[in-house]
Ligand binder design. Sequence first.
Ligand code: Z5A
Length: 233
Amino acid sequence: MPASSSPTQPPSSSASEEDDGPLRGQFLTLEGSEGVGKTTNLGVIERYLRGQNIDVLVTREPGGTALGERIRALLLDVAADESEPPMHQMAELLLMFAARAQHVATVIEPALAAGRWVLSDRFTDASFAYQGAGREMGNATVATLETLVQGSLRPDVTLYLDLDPEIAFKRIAEREHDRIEREERTFFHRVRDCYLARAAAEPERFAIVDASLDIESVERSVVAALAAKLLPA
Ligand code: Z5A
């Protein structure tokens, strides 16, 4: 449980805060493979937090700023892989972190410092999963960039929606796939394995939600998992 606040104790002013400024907000992230239901559940989490009188800023990666959204378009454009040569994996990784640098410096850090909570649809766990494991670039390079770009900033709570990639692909079969979604199936199995390993290594931060259930059941599990992470034991 993050030490500084809970849903029943949203950031608010008190005598000591007036001296020291607002309590720092909590940084929440939502992770999972494509088609797992992140977008579907983002609104559920936002409504839950607002129902607890928590002022939450909802954002996403890659993106979250005007510059970041332009970088996102570059990253997901299928033309980048149809060109000759296709986007190099290091270019992909650095673009992810270029967008993140802008996002952290101009959106996430200022909001947290002002006492707002931040809910991000993906963050650096995705770089470990997709570039570190999916592209097989390894953890060390990603970890170096993580420290360079974020300093000590890490999510307080991460909800990981877990789903067999074979089921996820069926859910998004009808829609057009972006550049990364066009990867082979083994890529997405490595991504899932990495997320599960990171969740096992950091059980305090991660909550794993079984995303194979129907939409309403997943929504209930998401709220229950978040409440369990945020409420004092
Ligand atoms: N990426 C990266 O490589 N490195 C990084 O550092 C970062 C990102 C930050 C864009 O991410 C890509 O960037 C992503 C990882 C990479 N690439 N891939 N592949 P994104 O988050 O914007 O894109 P996405 O993961 O592809 O999101 P998505 O496809 O929109 O999936 P989703 O948001 O998790 O799912 P959804 O849209 O909520 O649901 C998909 C469908 O399933 C939809 O029709 C729903 O109605 C349905 N659904 C949802 N839940 C259920 C349940 N429970 N049962 C049945 N059907 C359901």
